[in-house]
Design a protein around this ligand. Structure first.
Ligand code: GAL
Length: 796
C-alpha cells in the first residue's frame, strides 16, 4: 500500500476510535460502553449471549428454529464465528449463497431479537478444519497470523469480503451486531502490527461498533499489557473453561481449571466473559451426553452465578449454546469428530435439555432486573454458619443489592441452612437460606420490582412484568427449602393466598413479610397498601422452568406450560402463541387485561379464567409422525479407480519438487494432496512402475488427521488398509507418522509388466493453528511417502 493510502486509512479508522470512557467522536454513538456495561442507544444492556455457528447447521430454515429457541431461553445475543475456509474454496473465490448466506443468517438473528457479536477471525480455532483457515492457505508463503506479505494479502481479501456484510448489519445501520471480535485467543507468537491491521481493515470496511478480542490463558495481552500500543482492543474479553473437557469423569470433576471468575482487563470497559464454558469438546470419546453432565445445571448454577456476583461482568457469551454438526469435512479432526453437539443446552438434534432450563432461569433474571448492569462490590450479609457465605454487590445509583449464597468451600457437598442478616436500603433483614452442595442462589434486596418495593427475599427472581394492570412476579427456590420475601407498603395491604401454604404478617413499619417453603407453585395476590396489585408466583426450580416470557407488541405475556413459546401476539382480546408442544397438557396464559381467547399454533384453545386472573386451557400433543417406507433401492459398484484399466489420463501428475509445508518429503516428488489443490475429503492416488516379479511389499505413509485411514490396491487386488498419521514432527524424529506395509501376493506381479498401485486416502480435516507458528496448520494431508519393497523402479 502506498504511504498516502495508508495515511488515509489510518485517519478513517482514527475517526472512529472511541474517546475515553467510550464516548465516540463520530456521529453514530449507537454502541458505547464504560466501566460497567455496554450501552446501546444510551441504555445499559446486560448481554447474555450463546455461541452458535451457522456453518454447523446447513439449513437456513433451521437457523430460525435454533435462534428462536435461544431467544426463548433468555438469551438476548448470539456470538458467531465466520469461517473463512467455509466460504473460500480457492484464492479469490468466495461463496455467500445458500447454506453460506451469512446475510440471511444475520437477518434471521435480527428478526429473532438477538444482538450479534461478530467474530470473523481471520483465525477462529473453534475445532474447525484449519481453525477456519482455508486449506489453500497452506500453499501461501509467509507465516499465518503474522504480518508476512503472502498471508496479509490473503486475510485482507477475506476481511474485505466478510466485513462489509457484518457492517451493514450493525446496530445503527438497521441491524443487531454490537461487537466485532478481532482474531481469536491470539496469545502466543504474536505480532502486534497484524493485530492492529485487522482492526484498521475493519474500520476501513465500515465497522463502527466497539472491537473486542477473546483473550485466553490469563494473557490479557491485547488490553492490560499493551493497552495503548498497537493491537489493543476497546472491550477485551476473556475465555474461561473452568470445568475442563474431561467428559469421561463428569461425576467427579469440579472446576479443575479454576474458579472461572472473569478477569477485568481494562478499567474503562466492562468485564467480558467472551467465551464461558457452556459445554465441552469430547476429545476422549466419552460421548456428548457425558459432556452435558460435566457442564450440567449444578456447574451452571455454581460457576455462572459466582462469576456474575464476583466479577461484576455484564457481558457473557456461553460457548456453545447450540453446537451442531461438523458435516462436509468441517472438523479439525484431532479434537472433535462429525458431531459438534458439545453437550450444549440445545442438542445437535435441536432438542431442549435441563441445561436449557437453567439458562432460562438465569437469563430471564438477568433481563428482568436492570440494576445488574451496574454493580460494585458491597458489604456481604452476615451468616450465622461459616459454611455458607454471601458475597454481595450493589448498584451505586439504585442501591439495589445482590447477594450470592453459596458454600465458602466450593467443593462442599453438604446441604446447609443459615440465617443471613442483610443490611439493605429499606432496613436490616433476617433471611433463612438453605444451600445444597454445588448450588448457589442470587438474592436481591432494595429493588423496585415494577410498582412494588422488594425489600429482601431469600427466593430468586425468575422474572417480573407489568401485565394486565398489575405486577406479575415469579420467584423460586430449591424444592423444600425455606423462603421469605419482604415487600414494603405504606399501609396494610390485602393479601390473598390463592394456592400453596404461605404465611404473612405486616409490621407497622411497612414490611409485609411472606414466609413459605418452596414447593410446587404457590400464588399470592397482594392489593392495596398504596401500590398497584401484585400477583406473586412462588415456585421451585422445576415449576419456574415451566414459564415462558414473550414480549409482544401488545405487552409482555407469561405462559406456563407447553414445551416452548417462541413468540406471542396480542390483538382484539386474543393471545396468539407460536408454541411447541411435545405432549398434551395444561397451558396457562397471563396476558393483557381484556385478553379472553387463546390460539396456540393457529388452533383455538378453549380457556377458562382462573382465580389468578390467567387463562387456562389444554393443548393436544403433537400428531404422530409416520416414516415413509424406503423403496426403489439402486446400487453401484464401488471404487472403479482401483482397477488397473481405469482411465486416469486427465488426472493431475504428482510432479512437484517443492512445498510450503514445514514437512519436506524425504524424496521427490511431493505427494501432498494440498499441493495439487485437493484440500478436503477422500483423495485417490494411482502410481505405476515396471514390475520384475521380485517385489515383496508396498510401503506407504499417509497423514490424515485422527481416525483417518488409507486403503491400498495393487493391480486391482485389495491389499488392506492402515491408519493415517495424526501429527507429523517436522524437525523431530517422526516426520512420517502413518506407516503401512502391505505384502505383495505371490504371482500378482509379472516381470516386465506395468503394475498399478491405487490408494484412497481419507483426509479428515486440517490441523488448527492455535500456536500461530505454521508448524501444525501447514502439515500435509495425503501420502507423504511411497515405495515398493524389492524394487528400484521409479513410481510415476
Ligand atoms: C477456545 C477457542 C474456541 C474453541 C474452544 C474449545 O479456546 O477460542 O474457538 O476452540 O476453545 O471448544
Amino acid at each position: 500500500m502506498k504511504p498516502k493510502a495508508l495515511a488515509a486509512l489510518l485517519a478513517a479508522s482514527l475517526l472512529l476510535l472511541p474517546l475515553e470512557g467510550g464516548a465516540r467522536a463520530d456521529a453514530a454513538p449507537e454502541v458505547s460502553y464504560d466501566h460497567y456495561s455496554l450501552k446501546i442507544d444510551g441504555r445499559r444492556v446486560l448481554v447474555q449471549s450463546a455461541e452458535v455457528h451457522y456453518f454447523r447447521l446447513p439449513s437456513p430454515d433451521l437457523w430460525r428454529d435454533v435462534l428462536e429457541k435461544l431467544k426463548a431461553g433468555g438469551f438476548n445475543a448470539i456470538s458467531v464465528y465466520f469461517d473463512w475456509a467455509y466460504h473460500s474454496p480457492k484464492p479469490g473465490v468466495y461463496d455467500f449463497t445458500g447454506v453460506r448466506d451469512v446475510d440471511r443468517f444475520l437477518r434471521t438473528a435480527e428478526r429473532a431479537g438477538l444482538y450479534v457479536i461478530a467474530r470473523p477471525g481471520p483465525y477462529i480455532n473453534a475445532e474447525t478444519t484449519g481453525g477456519g483457515f482455508p486449506a489453500w492457505l497452506k500453499n501461501v508463503p509467509g507465516r499465518a497470523r503474522t504480518s508476512a506479505p503472502g498471508y496479509t494479502e490473503a486475510y485482507r481479501d477475506w476481511l474485505h469480503h466478510i466485513d462489509p456484510i457484518i457492517a451493514r448489519h450493525q446496530v445503527g445501520h438497521g441491524g443487531s451486531v454490537i461487537l466485532y471480535n478481532a482474531e481469536n485467543e491470539y496469545a502466543v507468537s504474536t505480532d502486534a502490527a497484524y493485530m492492529q491491521d485487522i482492526q484498521d481493515q475493519a474500520r476501513a470496511d465500515g465497522i463502527d461498533v466497539p472491537i473486542t478480542t477473546n483473550d485466553c490463558c490469563d494473557a490479557g495481552s491485547w488490553s492490560s499489557t499493551w493497552a495503548t500500543g498497537p493491537g489493543a482492543v476497546q472491550v477485551p474479553g476473556v475465555d474461561d473453561y473452568p470445568q475442563s473437557f474431561d467428559c469421561a469423569n463428569a461425576e467427579t470433576t469440579w472446576g479443575p481449571w479454576g474458579e472461572g471468575v472473569t478477569e477485568r482487563l481494562r478499567d474503562d470497559s466492562p468485564a467480558f466473559a467472551a467465551e464461558y464454558q457452556g459445554g465441552a469438546i469430547d476429545s476422549g470419546d466419552a460421548g456428548y451426553d457425558r459432556c452435558r453432565e460435566l457442564t450440567g445445571p449444578a456447574f451452571m448454577k455454581f460457576f455462572y452465578k459466582s462469576n456474575l456476583l464476583v466479577s461484576g461482568a455484564t457481558l457473557f457469551n456461553y460457548y456453545m449454546g447450540y453446537g451442531g454438526t461438523n458435516w462436509g469435512w468441517l472438523a479439525q479432526p484431532n479434537d472433535v469428530y462429525s458431531s459438534y453437539d458439545y453437550g450444549a443446552a440445545i442438542t445437535e438434534a435441536r432438542q431442549l435439555t435441563p441445561k436449557y432450563d437453567e439458562f432460562k432461569r438465569q437469563g430471564y433474571f438477568l433481563q428482568a432486573v436492570a440494576p445488574l448492569t451496574m454493580t460494585d462490590p458491597a458489604t456481604a450479609p452476615v451468616t450465622d454458619d461459616a459454611a455458607v457465605q454471601a458475597p454481595a454487590r450493589a448498584n451505586p445509583e439504585t442501591h439495589t443489592q445482590f447477594a450470592l449464597v453459596r458454600h465458602a468451600d466450593r467443593a462442599a457437598t453438604t446441604t446447609d441452612t443459615a440465617t443471613l442478616t442483610w443490611t439493605l436500603p429499606d432496613g436490616t433483614y433476617s433471611l433463612p437460606v438453605q444451600v445444597a452442595g454445588h448450588d448457589a442462589h442470587v438474592l436481591v434486596g432494595g429493588y423496585d420490582l415494577g410498582g412494588q418495593r422488594l425489600a429482601a427475599s431469600s427466593s430468586e427472581i425468575l422474572t417480573h412484568a407489568y401485565i394486565g394492570g398489575r405486577d406479575v412476579a415469579v420467584l423460586y427456590g430449591t424444592e423444600g427449602s425455606p423462603g421469605a420475601t419482604i415487600l414494603r407498603y405504606a399501609s396494610r395491604p390485602q393479601v390473598r393466598v390463592l394456592s400453596g401454604d404461605v404465611r404473612f404478617s405486616y409490621s407497622p413499619g411497612g414490611d409485609l413479610r411472606l414466609e413459605y417453603t418452596h414447593s410446587g407453585l404457590a400464588r399470592v395476590l397482594v392489593s392495596g397498601g398504596g401500590r398497584r396489585p401484585l400477583l406473586l408466583l412462588l415456585g421451585t426450580d422445576a415449576t419456574a422452568a415451566q414459564f415462558w416470557r414473550a414480549d409482544s407488541a401488545g405487552g409482555p405475556v407469561l405462559v406456563r406450560g407447553t414445551s416452548l413459546v417462541r413468540s406471542a401476539e396480542v390483538s382484539g382480546g386474543t393471545v396468539r402463541l407460536a408454541a411447541d408442544t411435545a405432549k398434551a397438557g395444561e397451558v396457562e396464559v397471563f396476558g393483557p387485561a381484556g385478553a379472553a381467547r387463546l390460539v396456540v399454533g393457529g388452533a383455538g384453545v378453549p380457556v377458562s379464567r382462573t382465580p389468578s386472573g390467567s387463562l387456562l386451557g389444554r393443548v393436544p400433543g403433537p400428531r404422530e409422525v409416520h416414516l415413509p417406507a424406503l423403496v426403489g433401492w439402486r446400487a453401484h459398484a464401488e471404487s472403479p479407480e482401483a482397477a488397473p484399466g481405469f482411465d486416469d489420463s486427465a488426472w493431475k501428475a504428482a510432479d512437484r519438487t517443492t512445498t510450503e509445508s514445514p514437512l519436506k518429503p524425504a524424496a521427490p516428488p511431493v505427494l501432498y494432496a494440498d499441493d495439487y489443490g485437493f484440500h478436503y475429503g477422500d483423495v485417490w492416488y494411482r502410481g505405476r512402475f515396471t514390475a520384475t516379479g521380485a517385489e515383496t511389499g508396498v510401503s506407504l505413509n499417509a497423514i490424515t488427521g485422527k481416525r483417518g485411514n488409507y486403503l491400498v490396491w495393487l493391480n486391482g487386488r485389495y491389499l488392506g488398509a492402515a491408519a493415517g498419521g495424526v501429527e507429523a514432527d517436522a524437525d523431530g524424529p517422526n516426520p512420517a507418522p502413518g506407516p503401512g506395509h502391505f505384502a505383495v501376493p505371490s504371482g500378482l506381479l509379472k516381470p516386465g509388466q506395468t503394475a498399478t498401485i491405487a490408494v484412497l486416502v481419507q483426509n479428515m480435516g486440517h490441523n488448527d493453528d492455535w500456536t500461530a507458528d505454521d508448524n501444525r496448520f501447514k502439515q500435509p494431508r495425503g501420502l507423504v511417502a511411497a515405495s515398493v519393497d524389492g524394487s528400484t523402479a521409479p513410481i510415476s
